[in-house]
Design a protein around this ligand. Structure first.
Ligand code: G5P
Ligand code: MG
Length: 223
């Protein structure tokens, strides 16, 4: 699909709800540039940057990185891709971050993946990640072609340090306390679209159909 206008979207949902998985499909079908705050943080940890070293223990314990650091990091990266359509995954995660984003850009749509917590806990224990690209696999749902190796690069897959069951519980708590209010923030602005389910393959056709409608409406308005 050829976009007539720059589209700015956000994907939200609890940890493990499938934001990364659905984002990869959106990128493929709609050409939006995917920016994941978690992937950016993990790349910093892997490269042992000052930020990565500083934030590692916070992330490993399932706590959120401070708002000012996070907002500066993401807004700075967004400036570099200003002229392209983008999809933000994992940011904003607090109302303060949503307000910082609002000051810089107006958001066209927010896709909210509403997946039960019990489903999430089961998924995260069998997740394997290729840290450099952010590609995710699951030993049941989408296993790599060769166990333990990334399909594209052949490099090793790892389990995220924050996918330990007790850390997942803490991440879900922080989602309830700090991120759920962001849903209300976007609902009141009329841009929130919620998709409920326990399987990504059943949720995806609805997300895809919604985005087709949304993109053609926005393109017509821009024409
Ligand atoms: P992240 O990296 O943003 P989370 O916790 O929001 O992390 P996460 O864990 O990356 O989200 P996801 O992207 O929503 O989950 O889900 P996914 O990876 O696509 O899918 C999860 C697993 O389920 C995968 O193995 C996938 O293959 C599988 N799966 C998908 N669909 C199905 C299905 O239908 N069936 C089955 N069986 N499996 C399926 O943030 C990490 C940390 O960084 C910091 C925080 O410390 C955070 O905890 N951080 C921030 N801190 C402050 N502010 C911010 N804005 C921050 N952003 C990140
Ligand atoms: Mg993710």
């Amino acid at each position: 699909m050829v976009l007539q206008r720059v589209i700015r979207a956000v994907i939200m949902g609890p940890p493990g709800s499938g934001k990364g998985t659905v984002s990869a499909r959106i990128t493929k079908s709609f050409g939006l540039q995917h920016m994941s705050s978690g992937d950016i943080l993990r790349a910093n940890i892997k490269e042992k940057t000052e930020l990565g070293l500083l934030m590692k223990s916070c992330i490993d314990q399932g706590q959120l990185v401070p708002d000012d650091i996070m907002s500066r990091l993401i807004l700075n990266d967004l400036r570099k891709i200003d002229n392209n359509g983008w999809l933000l995954d994992g940011f904003p995660r607090t109302v303060s971050q949503a307000e910082a984003l609002d000051h810089a850009y107006s958001i066209d749509t927010v896709i909210n993946l509403n997946v039960p917590f019990q489903t999430i806990k089961e998924r995260l224990t069998s997740r394997w990640t290729h840290i450099p690209s952010g590609r995710v696999y699951n030993t049941d749902f989408n296993p790599p072609k060769v166990p333990g190796l990334d399909d594209v690069t052949g490099e090793p897959l790892v389990q995220r340090d924050d996918d330990r069951p007790e850390t997942v519980t803490r991440r879900l708590k922080s989602y309830e306390n700090q991120t759920e209010p962001v849903l209300e923030y976007y609902r009141s602005k009329g841009v929130l679209e919620t998709f409920t389910g326990t399987e990504t393959n059943k949720i995806w056709p609805h997300v895809e159909a919604f985005l087709h409608r949304k993109f053609s409406a926005l393109s017509q308005r821009a024409a």
